[in-house]
Design a protein around this ligand. Structure first.
Ligand code: COA
Length: 168
């Protein structure tokens, strides 16, 4: 896939981490990443647990790439759901341990979700973004995502979501 966002993300060759598919044994590490990246005081029971990660991985249907440092530490994940019969991956979550931010893992994990869609010969990737998050909308726009619908009152505070898709 071509990088179209012009962001300084290191090439695969220059990275100090790898991205691979999650294994069930990673579930505890992924739950810890979740708690570190999303404040439990704010997100409460919306946070994915070890058990829910294990289920998403074991099901074999979903995209769950993880980022692994040279010392074996699993420090980031992305989660994309594929509903039976749907031609899209729904990109649902992305998180990196704070100490590992800014080295391109978030971008590489999204790349991996798009690669997953390609490998499964799906049409593309869909995701939601808060309508008021212009920075993130711009980021996805540069990556080739296009808005296909708006969902009013989507978030708990009443904010609307826009749904975007990228064909792979
Ligand atoms: C968002 C996050 C995964 C980015 O990880 P990262 O490894 O630092 O990302 P990269 O180094 O590839 O990206 C560099 C930039 O892209 C941003 N970015 C990349 N993908 C992103 C995404 N899907 N959503 C939001 N920001 C993203 C990063 O915040 C960073 O922005 P900056 O350069 O302006 O600081 C990480 O900061 C994190 O876990 N944040 C807390 C959880 C979160 O907000 N998740 C996303 C919403 S589900």
């Amino acid at each position: 896939m071509g990088k179209t966002n012009g962001h300084a993300s290191p090439s695969a060759a220059g990275r100090d981490f790898i991205v691979r598919d999650a294994r069930v044994e990673d579930a505890a590490a992924l739950a810890a990443i979740e708690r570190a990246a999303f404040d439990p005081a704010h997100y409460g029971n919306m946070l994915l647990t070890k058990r829910s990660f294990a289920g998403h991985i074991e099901g074999g249907r979903n995209a769950v790439p993880v980022a692994v440092a040279a010392d074996g530490t699993v420090f980031g994940y992305a989660l994309g759901f594929v509903k039976k019969g749907s031609p899209y991956v729904r990109f649902a979550s992305l998180a990196v341990l704070p100490a590992y931010e800014g080295r391109g893992a978030g971008t590489a994990l999204l790349d991996a979700v798009e690669d997953f869609a390609r490998r499964r010969q799906l049409k593309g990737v869909r995701l939601e973004v808060r309508e008021d998050n212009q920075r993130l909308l711009d980021r996805y726009g540069r990556r080739g995502y296009e808005v296909f619908t708006r969902v009013p009152d989507y978030y708990q505070d009443g904010a609307a979501a826009v749904r975007l898709a990228r064909l792979v």
